[in-house]
Design a protein around this ligand. Sequence first.
Ligand SMILES: [Mg+2]
Length: 397
Amino acid sequence: MKITDVRWTPAFIPIEAPLRYAFGSHPGFSRIVIEVETDEGIIGLGECYSGASRIGQLQEMKPLLIGEDPFKLERIRWKLAAPTALKLFGHVLGFAGLEFALLDIQGKALGRPVCDLIGGAVRDEVPFSAYLFYRYPNTQGAGEVSNTEQMVQFATDLVKRYGFESIKYKNGVFPPDEEIETFIALRKAFPRHRIRLDPNAAWSVTTAIRVARRLHDYDVEYLEDPVWGFRAMERVNAKAPWITLASNMSIFAFEDLAPAVMSNVLDVVLLDPHWYGGIHRAKLAGQICEAMGVDVGMHSGAEFGISQMAMIHLAAALPNLTLAPDSHYHHLTDDIIEGGKLQYRNGKMAVPTTPGLGVSLDRDKLAKYSELAKRQEMGSWIEDPKHPGVITHQPKW
Ligand SMILES: [Mg+2]
């Protein structure tokens, strides 16, 4: 089998209400949908982060992929995304989206789900966390989350609607004292849920240590990237050793894993099949964590259904995934896959048993949302629409 064509379509899907985080706001989710075609008529689906730089990556990689056998993943990795090239030129996100499509092709050709190509599923369903964000009101004036009461109500609604058993509280938006109070209110409202928090490295080391002290008795599942950088994380761990530290930002590359563990920088690695260069590479990173005795969870970066499935297949085949993956998926109002949005049952999504990733494109939806993508200004999410021109410094507090 040979690859004959590679196509991509940027798309933008609206969300229930704009999500706020430490540096700005997401008005909706922008992604690039990738299709890789073969001479046997099989089309593989992939998905990656949006933006002109990712489109540039795909443009550069396309001619290198044409004529290759989609089963020869290692050859393709060294041709398109060798470690030196990744470090110097950063093709990792575009490459990951292509890798999903190649695995989709392999699964379709063999009649097996993608998880069977990476060791096989050890679980039938994957639990996800309720991803809580502060939100601006939407265009109908609904959905605002700006204080403790609204955040607890938002969590209550999500848990009731989807059945989540763990909760992620995205903070770093309001001053830490306010967010500490909100965490404590969530803990009281959900005494049996696991609750994690993630200020996206918006705090200084001293602020992070103060927050860790204040939350000492409130059963934090983990504190994700309180500060920016390897050494800063190490200092938080040294001064607040009781708090479980997780990272997808300060530590996220293969080269970081061993030094981070040897230096007691973190307890939980949040894998991501996009950031680790594909499903295969993320599985390998997970197994390195297994060997080093580090717990594994999963980061989410505002995925559509294709990437959501990539995460589900990876999670299905990672025995040491003990922490529910994060997912932005429940914020979406729609999806570009046939059959509409993927469904949660008791806070979990089923691992597909159909060939490949287990999703197909709804071409009408893709056309509709690619039109919306043309109207979106790139990079808008790193600014706050309520405070145009203001760029957030780090640490923020
Ligand atoms: Mg994070």
